[in-house]
Design a protein around this ligand. Sequence first.
Ligand code: SF4
Length: 436
Amino acid sequence: MKTKGLKKDKVNVVTLGCSKNLVDSEVMMTQLKGNNIDVTHESDKDDSNIIIVNTCGFIDNAKQESIDTILRYVDAKEEGKIDKLYVTGCLSQRYKDDLEKEIPQVDAYFGTMELPLLLKKFKADYKHELVGERIITTANHFAYMKIAEGCDRPCSFCAIPLMRGKHVSRPIEELVKEAKNLARNGVKEILLIAQDSTYYGLDIYKKRNLAELLRHLSDVEGIEWIRLHYAFPTGFPEDILDVMAERNNICNYLDMPLQHGSTNMLKKMRRGTTREKQEALIERIRTKVPGIALRTTLIAGHPGETEEDFEQMMDFVRKTRFDRLGVFPYSHEENTHAYSFEDDVPEEVKQERTDTVMELQTAISQELNEAKIGKSFKVLVDRKEGGYFIGRTEHDSPEVDNEVLIDATKQYARIGDFVKVEITDATEFDLYGTIE
Ligand code: SF4
């Protein structure tokens, strides 16, 4: 398809990586649309003549996926299918100079904080009046909300501060305005995200202020679920647990990446905590918010991890019985603190340890799910697929956690609605149920 003579530019934004990057794409799309530029997200129709790839630069696999995506659109440009190709996001922030040399066919590369510069390519201006407005690319009834950018933590393995800079909280007023706009547009569930959400407020309010933010957001009419992601164990603001316990529309759910269960490794990872402190915190969380679902993330194979350390991690997972858990093999990332260590755990051992933890967690998840049979839960219906209406309980976040499947040949549910479901069956990662 020759693009010459196309009446009006049309932009297709392609997002890679995490939910924080997705929010950046949504903000970018809102600004483009606010400047009367036609924009779509990950459209498979080839009616766009300008592509913006919002990349991820976190770990090797993610970097490779970003490069493959850029190259795919370089081909499309060389075949005359598109006119312009722009690249932004974490990979571009981290490797701009290399990328400009190695893939010069890209029209321009932008960093993670350079949206106004990108807009200039469209002769468009950054519209401050649009702050708090947002086109969402998720299902209409839930949306991610980024409460802060960047991170001040020194975790040994992590390149995010290199790409996202220092921690910057967004003011409560701005977030409340955004939540009201989202609720007005039909959003019922907001997922609070940041690099470290429990650091919220330390910069602009000189104190950990997540509890106050939660209270304000919980007061927003129409928001029925508020879900907290990316909590950090060290300096954990326990006053948020009181808000969780007192407010019905704050999910009994907490995502808190802990990374390891061996004190020796937590020290090497510069997490500022110990196995014992993590366990004591988890116990206090479970006491203050009974029935809370805990999600965590672990890394296997960090430099210096011994067989003994790994046994500690297994023991930690076995004893803690997390409701949800993700585990990843360590990735040796340039310019991180851990890059100065020898990457001494062989790749196959990293993968073996990752698989072994996941095997243990799968068995735990099966048991926890089976214990839900016969019980009833409030379920938010996300979509219809494969003969089922598929939804989630307050203990499940989109895309990463369990789902509830309702037989669509027997029962009907409207997408975006809450329904009461009795659980009738369970697998390791899904629940089956009937609407009461
Ligand atoms: S808290 Fe640690 S792991 Fe998370 S973004 Fe910050 S430095 Fe990275």
